[in-house]
Ligand binder design. Sequence first.
Ligand code: NAD
Length: 490
Amino acid sequence: MNDIANFIGGRNVPPLSSAYLENVDPATGEVYGRVPASCPQDVDAATAAAAAAFPAWSATPASERSQILLGLADLIDENLELLARAESIDSGKPLSLARAVDIPRSAANFRHFATAILHISSEFHDFDGGGIPGGVPALNYTLRRPRGVAGLISPWNLPLYLFTWKIAPALATGNSVVAKPSEITPMTASLLADLCTQAGLPPGVLNIVHGTGPECGAAIVRHPDIPAVSFTGSTKVGQWIAQTAGPMFKRLSLELGGKNPLIVFEDADVPLAMETAMRAGFSNQGQICLCGSRILVHESLVEKFIADLTERARALRVGDPLDAPTQQGALSSRAHLEKVASLVNLARDLGGTIHCGGDRVAATSLPTRCRSGFFYQPTVISGLDPACPVEQEEIFGPVVTVQAFKDEAHAVALANGTKYGLAATLFTQNASRAHRVAARMEAGIVWVNCWMVRDLRTPFGGAKASGVGREGGMEAIRFFTEPKNICIAG
Ligand code: NAD
């Protein structure tokens, strides 16, 4: 059994209640470890450790914090294989994906913020006293200070990548942290704790508590000594966090669900659009918040586009995540598999055409060890009403829907026609159209002729029900620091 512990005050400690959750390998359906089922008292202990570590860490020169975090990034690189394997077993994603994307990007997160803090400047306003009764000349400058103990909560789909995307800026700017990874994918967070010790991060600066959302996550959100909460996860939980933390006047960053359109205009580079639609639809079994799960295609192209997409989706190699040729692994949990299956069944009931997939992968077509795993076939659906739940709700699985549109205005209306607003992707070779349509997308991120190209300096986050606040670059540095205006007359 791979039992893991909480990481509090620099030590691995069991949960106070001695209660554990089962950790299931989604590729086999078998329990392979236990995760602490932490209670609010564990969160109290982690918060106390973080609060005790805060004064010294926040006073540590930026150059020293930077060195420690750069050392941590190097350790992540050195342990690539160990971390990638743990991530694959925990989440069901192909080992090749964890090795190529999740783990290298986790190291990149630390490098990015470890170096960004060496170049921060803050605002200065030279006021001449004019225009305001009683005004006198004054110099204003904005002092930014870390907020204190940051509460960070992350989901299971990109476990170490999203965990470190929050931890890196919080620590770099001098905060101490209480962090909770998803209880479904806790392994790489636990390994990260060991690497933090090796990197020389002082005890208590980063504390990791494991457990369920309603028990352990909620205790972080409610904790009076945690003034800032950064959450990535579902819109439903994000709503609860906003309702709970809002009246406590906490700083909140909420990165939530998406139902992202991918638009293929009649002037698109169609082979590029097709190749990208496959990646945007099916990478990580469609379990990426940025996935382009609603494909909108000009009516002149749609028939052939669906035929080609179907052929490619059928050809995806679904199998053991640890096998090198595997392109599609398992879904993260049995409950999630059932949710995906129920939405596809609903599409069928609503009269949608299922071009391929539409069911669990037959056990007989899987390697012996994976026969009880949570595998779903890559699925392409068309013919649904854009207003139906399958087109409106996030499925978060290897399922794409296709709609035809008549003209640009129709494409924009379909693209913006959900409650979500995380990302949108456009394929057009007309530069004017690219700018015009991109500006009209109700989304925090718009990609033109590409997908998932991430510059870590740019603002990251969603509009509408996809969240509030932005992460990345200066946005994250602002989020984790409290601005104070100092006005000196003279
Ligand atoms: P989830 O909301 O169920 O859980 C996310 C995290 O929140 C987990 O650690 C969970 O334990 C915790 N949690 C659950 N209930 C809580 C509560 N009441 N209080 C505090 N914490 C609680 O989401 P998930 O199923 O783990 O992840 C999938 C979702 O995350 C999808 O909707 C996906 O779109 C979204 N997501 C968004 C982004 C983004 O950047 N916008 C990135 C990745 C995933």
